[in-house]
Design a protein. Sequence first.
Lengths: 503, 502
Amino acid sequence: MSQRIDRRRFLVGSGGALLALPMLEAFAPRTAFAQTAAPPKRLVVVFHPHGRVVGPGSSENWSPRTTTGPLPAVGTAPSPALAALAPINNEIVTLSNIDNIVRHASGDIDGHASASASCMTCVVPAGQTPKGPSIDYVAGLRLRASTAQKMAIVIPGQAAPFANSVTENNVFLGPNGSPGNYQNIDPKQLIRDLFASVVVGPPPPPPPTPTLRDRLSARRGSILDAVAKGFTSFRAGLSSADQARLDQHAQFIRDTELRYQTPPPPPPAASSCAPPSTSSVPNYNWPDFRKGEHDDVFAQTQIESLVQALACDVTRTASLFFWASGDPGFVTEFAGTSPYIAGNWHASVHGDGSPNDPSPASLTKGFGFYAKYFTKLIQRLAAVQDTDGSRMLDNTLVVWVSDLGYGSGHYCWNYPVILAGLKSAFSKGQGRHVVGQVNSLGDLYAQVLRMLGGNDTKFGSTGGSAGTLSGAVGTASFNFYPQMGRPGLIDKDTPLHFGALDL
Amino acid sequence: MTEARRLTALEYQNSIAVLFDGRLTPSGQYPGTVGKSVTGFSTEPAYNDIGSGGAEQLMFAAEDVALQLPAVLPQLLPCASSTPGEPCVNTFLDVYGARAYRRPLTAAERTELLDEYRAGVASGASFSESMAMVVDHLLQMPQFLYLAERAAGSDRALDGYELASRLSFMLTGAIPDDALLTAAPNLTDAATLTAQANRLLASPRANTTLARFFREWTGTTRITPADKDQAVFPFFNAAYAQSLNDSFDRFVLDQVRNQGTLRTLLRSTDAFVDSNVASFFGVTPPAAGQWAKIALDDKRYSGVVTQPAMLASLAHSSEPSFVFRGKFIRKQLLCENLGMPPANAQATFNTIPLPPDPTGKDISAAVVARSECAGCHRLLNPAGLALEQFDALGRWRTNYASGKTIDPSGVLPAVGSKPGVAGHDLTFTDQISMMEQLASEPQAATCLATQIFRFTFSRADNASDVCAIQDIGDALRASGGTLGSAILATTGTDAFTHRSDQ
């Protein structure tokens, strides 16, 4: 398939001066072109490993609130772990009390493997073996315009390659738990793979110099507004009868003004489709990237490729995948002296295996890396102009999940979940924290599908006619973590679905 | 009380000409009138309210004018070429802003228009383009579009700028010219006001307004070939229509400018002819393209009511209308309140049996025989029947098409009647004797004062206006009854120089 894309500029790789810009800005074309087609809905999944990095027995550092309510104003850190989300507080909804129920019927109730195999599928794994498709795949089947589009692509978010295929390969999954559509980790190759079929047309000619008629037309809304205000001030000294006459005239002006209101300026750095250039992304040079020393540049490169894959309609479902065993260094969070260059993030998360993390401060900093790039992803989606001139973010649902609730003990309760984008699907708005009345990941994904236009009430395993864990395939585990303060929550009578989230 | 009113289309055209020294063409998109004028005068406030699409039309009209600005800006504003910038914009506002608003701009008004200029510059527009935006803005503002005065409470004297606007729109149908604006601060002085009124009335700019007064008073429209049945009047083309229209205007202007009185207005045999009108009257035409003042047959013609344009306006497309013509005599010349015809008047008429080849009097008699019609038609029909010897285009005739002779004699009943006063009958042999008696009728003189009042204040008179109309009537008599003096005298009345909102 060949997709011909029209665009005004192609800044990526267009010169050294641009490359001196921060990476995402350098990627960003500066002008937009008029488009009016209704944009498609899209889904982006962001995945990071290890859930919340501090156990529930320690001080909470993830949840912005303990009750449902508004998030802090933009610019204020919602929580220590989510401090990097401060610029987009008004664009997100954070969620608490969402559990992975089905993992407990897998027969493999500890470690990462069964959690990875179930956290996106909500289908009971056979031990560590996934048995169903992940949410991105299910949504991707519905969202794509044709079979020519790439299905539910998974873009690596970090440079270190997979170290443990049992966990990494089991997160994003296709039919019956087959491997998902993982893309090449080499960012140059990723660009070639994604955009080979996208043909960029010649840049359109510069807009003609506006005529005086154009300029007067462009000022109509503003002048009518000023004239209406002029009527208001002019009427002050007049008789009541004269005021009524002028008020009627002013109302007609206001009615007319509605038809001539100047549309808001397009978002900055907006463009519908501008495939990244391979010349502007780093060579993939393992082992230089082995400890995440260059994850900052790498993540930005990958985010732009993901955003442009959506903007160019290469796919309508894409995921950004940070995995568990790659040992990220988080050098940007530690000013180049990251303890995880020499140490091991995974081991550190688990600490001594107790629910309480031994080093929350460092782990929180590391967690901040994911929050930082989630924010960049949201901001980039917001900056891209969609086919109708709206923000692409407003037509794209972003779901950020993890494999575990509390990573320190492989706990599958209270997953860290954040939603963003597709503003119209949030009847109660965004900028909120929602504490569920105990919900499952199946509830979450069914609601995601509804937000994208479906009528789903369940996702993954349904637990037979009773809809409970005992009806699901495998062996249920009861009261596995009573010390977590939620004894007895997961047992044979635990439902797999609890209903809608308060969104 | 004088209500705020939007400029009429004619006033808008005149004002654009004054505002920009005739260098910019007024837009044809300026919204017209809505509904019906109660008095017949086009300046009534409600008649000029805008409809729901009016704001957009005003916007388009302002843009039409603004688009022309850059081409003539160097002539209008020399500094646009030499020193463009905000000081030059201020110069523009000092001159053209003050003309448009009919007074110096307030600081806030100046800032608002300067901001428009600044927005233009900020958008990348040139100086002249930015000035066009200022003009676009200016021409949509209420200060330009409306004649509005500050509320007065029980009574207050108008300030000089308010008087300048009243005077200018009354006499020239336009914003004040620079001489009047300059004199405005002193217009509260009666002598200054009179001097300016005399100057404006003598100006050619007063012609269209004076002609409008007589046209709207008499119901004389600008007739066109579309108004008449081409099968009956095949010669009546656009040029012919234009000649008849111009002839009417020349007659009434001559009356005002050459000491005409109510009597001469109603009894003069003068007519103005070009080749078309000369053909119409069957007289020797003047040189091509020229106009001549001639005297018509005094056995047939009598003043304004026998001017062809007026007779043609008060007629149907192929037949004259004794109802329209009689209505003018009773309602507009004698200021009698006849009320409005019922909604089913035409339907009722259609059911009235008529004899074969009915004359006007046959038809009138059949109508008056119906009790529901008699109340008004017995009053107005005789006056119209007196003018029956003029056909639908105002041509003289003595017989109907059927061959029957036209009888213009009759009795005009109950002239001057009002509650408690029976009035008197006027018996006439033809239109000449009727007009002779009407020219001496005191009620006609009072009515002229009333019509000048309505024209000046753009509204119907009411009981509280008796004194003001009396003042105008007194002025009319004091001036020897000349039409021009009567109009000028109006400007010296308290009603003109003061405002009351009670």
